[in-house]
Design a protein. Structure first.
Length: 213
């Protein structure tokens, strides 16, 4: 009994993770383009990032100085326009591999050894920007065609996992996402994008109040 009582203060004293606000400032991100694909127009506003998609694709990359243990992610977003996806089946294919928004966790790990001469330019940019190696990524995708909680693999790379996440309505068309992983993720950076190149979609998305914990 005494042993149990002695354990109580230790349990109560265990600190809870503190949410870290991601500063959405242009200087913190690399805007990386794909070859032969029109890049998405990205605007950094006072309290949000706006992505204007016109059959386009590119992404923002934020490299962490140190590896962060991430248990949960939350953010607010809104979108207007048209995303031309009609089913979860299409969403799993290259022809439907677009999204209003993808918030990606870049996971710590050793990538496969590939001669640098064979790597696309954007992959070299990612590796040169990151401070730690990565072999996997997890995308959180709001308002996907898959039901919230469902997962699938990228049709381009099986090391990229997609997770459909639920959104809750806020004021002025803003919506909030809060997602908690079953296991903490060792994360070396964030990958944020909105794209419509595969579905010839035209829309605008805004992101604000991005936090990790």
């Amino acid at each position: 009994m005494l042993r149990k009582l002695l354990c109580v203060p230790l349990l109560l004293a265990t600190p809870h993770p503190i949410a870290e606000q991601i500063f959405l400032h242009k200087n913190n991100f690399e805007h990386i383009h794909f070859r032969r694909i029109q890049p998405t127009l990205v605007t950094f506003n006072t309290d949000n990032i706006q992505f204007d998609v016109n059959k386009s694709s590119s992404f923002l990359l934020l490299a962490f100085e140190d590896i962060k243990t991430v248990q949960s992610v939350s953010f607010e977003w809104k979108a207007s326009g048209m995303l031309n996806k009609n089913s979860a089946k299409q969403e799993r294919t290259r022809s439907g591999d677009d999204a209003w928004l993808r918030v990606g966790l870049i996971i710590s790990g050793q990538p496969d050894l590939v001669p640098e001469a064979l790597l696309p330019r954007w992959v070299k940019q990612v590796r040169n920007t990151l401070n730690h190696p990565s072999d996997k990524m997890i995308y959180l995708i709001p308002d996907a065609r898959h039901a919230p909680g469902e997962t699938w693999r990228s049709p381009y790379n099986s090391d990229i996992e997609m997770i459909s996440v639920d959104s809750h309505d806020l004021n002025n068309d803003w919506r909030q996402v809060s997602y908690e992983f079953t296991q903490p993720q060792q994360t070396v950076g964030l990958w944020i994008m909105a794209d419509g190149d595969n579905t010839a979609s035209i829309f605008s998305t805004q992101l604000r109040n991005l936090q990790i914990k």
